[in-house]
Design a protein around this ligand. Structure first.
Ligand SMILES: Cc1cc2nc3c(=O)[nH]c(=O)nc-3n(C[C@H](O)[C@H](O)[C@H](O)COP(=O)(O)O)c2cc1C
Length: 191
């Protein structure tokens, strides 16, 4: 290889590095925010994060809602929200968290949104809560994404208090849905 060619390559590499340093795009990041009192929804949040972690080039922040800052909300490319079911509603804390999001000028418009829930029993509120969170995200103009399998079509949900699911830990079958949700959101951001 001639000296000129080597110099041209070196120049291009330098130019690429410089432009990335000056204008470089930070990788897409996902905010996984949850409310959890007895740890079940937190376990699902951790599984969502595990799924995101399977996708290269995507970063995530995993936090309880009390620790999330407005800057983190504004900087997120996607927000994945988790709530326990309380009397067929999201928890009041989760609702207050959403109510605190910046709205003027709709800065969250076109961010990806996804949800996960845990509830004590079958069909006593999980879907209602998922749709409650989805509706609120849609008011902000967010683009809603479900999980990667039919059984998580609206998001990931776990039953934590009924019959054989009433263990101290969230069952794998539900954690897999949460993982699939995180993975799908990560994949979509890369696309
Ligand atoms: C005040 C209260 C109300 C609840 N209401 C419901 C309900 O309507 N439907 C349901 O499936 N589970 C209900 N549960 C059960 C919780 O949703 C369930 O235990 C959940 O997994 C707790 O999540 P966490 O461990 O993240 O706090 C309720 C629990 C509490 C404390």
């Amino acid at each position: 290889m001639s000296l000129v060619k080597i110099l041209v390559y070196l120049y291009l590499i330098l130019l690429m590095g410089l432009s990335q340093a000056l204008f470089g795009q930070s990788p897409p990041n996902i905010l996984i925010a949850y409310h959890s009192v007895t740890g079940k929804t937190q376990a699902m949040a951790e599984a969502v994060a595990k799924g995101v972690g399977e996708i290269q080039g995507v970063e995530y922040i995993l936090k309880p809602i009390t620790e999330v800052t407005e800057v983190e909300i504004l900087n997120a490319s996607a927000i994945i929200l988790g709530s326990p079911v309380y009397n067929a509603n999201m928890t009041p804390e989760l609702q207050s968290f959403i109510n605190s999001w910046p709205f003027e000028g709709r800065p969250l418009k076109d961010k990806i949104g996804a949800v996960f829930v845990t509830g004590g029993g079958f069909s006593i509120g999980e879907e209602a809560v998922m749709f409650g969170m989805i509706r609120a995200m849609m008011i902000h103009g967010m683009i809603i994404v479900g999980g990667d399998e039919l059984e998580a079509a609206f998001g990931a949900s776990a039953i934590t208090g009924e019959v054989e699911f009433a263990d101290k830990d969230v069952q794998d079958i539900f954690l897999k849905k949460a993982e699939g949700l995180g993975k799908r959101v990560g994949e979509l951001l890369v696309k």
